[in-house]
Design a protein around this ligand. Structure first.
Ligand SMILES: NC(=O)c1ccc[n+]([C@@H]2O[C@H](COP(=O)([O-])OP(=O)(O)OC[C@H]3O[C@@H](n4cnc5c(N)ncnc54)[C@H](OP(=O)(O)O)[C@@H]3O)[C@@H](O)[C@H]2O)c1
Length: 257
């Protein structure tokens, strides 16, 4: 059966989902609705309720704080649908209760889904069927790596690791840029040096020949410059600094749930 899939909320994430799904499903199977309208969606529903009535699978991509407003409108039409929610911090149980849905998948994608290289952690309610899960997996894998987590609290870990992860990379890149300027390069050069260094390194890792640890060893020759920097990281216990930051991010995600 050709299932129809509808996305409510076509902002950053919902818009990226609509575009990405357009590569694996024919446009006729895809629906969308956003209260601000959209000129990109072929089948644009009249309302969120109309969308749910039209489709078999509802992807919820509104802000978590908008859920309450939508609930009254959607409650009696979600019962027989598979609902996939990406609302950060909203647990499966709350989604089931608020929307009156049983078959619920909660996912935590990250921003690089926009370029098809995202990481999505997800978990399904007990009522979800094997076919539902298969479909969810197919949807998420259209945006990069996906992993079904064993317990819902692992989504807090996913949030700390891959959800916030892109910001850690951008942060490191901006530190390298600032230091390049300190060392005498102009802003444009500094940015190009930092960005190309990280992107080139990511490409090498993508080749899959070596693990990240092995690449560190490959770059750091005995007594050389890289080793001097790595020794300084070790002395400053950078690994512990990062571990603490990840723990804090995970705790914050827990608090927000
Ligand atoms: N951005 C990330 O990296 C990321 C990662 C993981 C999960 N998420 C989750 O993804 C969800 C979407 O985030 P986003 O960054 O894409 O938000 P966004 O850009 O603000 O997009 C949400 C869109 O939904 C619209 N909307 C709000 N209520 C609606 C309703 N009742 N019916 C139809 N449309 C409605 C919004 O309109 P208004 O702006 O007018 O309200 C907006 O256009 C959030 O729940 C977030 O927690 C985001």
């Amino acid at each position: 059966m050709k299932q129809k899939i509808g996305i409510i909320g076509l902002g950053n994430m919902g818009g990226a989902f609509y575009q990405g799904l357009g590569k694996i499903f024919p446009a006729e199977q895809l629906w969308g609705y956003d209260k601000n309208g959209s000129d990109k969606v072929k089948n644009f529903a009249d309302s969120a309720r109309d969308l749910v009535e039209q489709v078999d699978v509802v992807i919820l991509a509104i802000k978590p704080q908008s859920l309450g407003d939508s609930a009254a409108e959607l409650k009696d039409v979600c019962q027989s649908k598979l609902v996939i929610s990406m609302l950060a911090g909203v647990p499966v149980g709350k989604l089931q209760k608020t929307l009156g849905a049983k078959r619920v998948v909660r996912c935590m994608p990250n921003l690089p889904i926009k370029v098809g290289q995202g990481v999505t952690g997800w978990i399904a309610s007990a009522e979800t069927t094997d076919d539902d899960k298969k479909l969810a997996r197919k949807i998420f894998s259209a945006f990069g790596y996906e992993t079904e987590v064993a317990e819902e609290k692992m989504l807090d870990a996913i949030t700390a690791l891959s959800g916030s992860g892109p910001a850690y990379y951008f942060y490191l890149c901006s530190v390298l840029t600032a230091q390049a300027q300190e060392m005498g390069f102009n802003e444009e050069e500094a940015r190009a040096i930092a960005e190309n260094t990280f992107q080139g390194a990511a490409k090498l890792l993508e080749g899959g020949n070596l693990s990240s640890e092995e690449w560190v060893q490959a770059v750091a020759s005995k007594g050389g410059t890289t080793e001097a920097a790595l020794d300084s990281f070790a002395q400053d216990k950078l690994d512990e600094v990062i571990r603490r930051a990840l723990e804090k991010a995970g705790k914050r995600s827990e608090e927000l749930s």
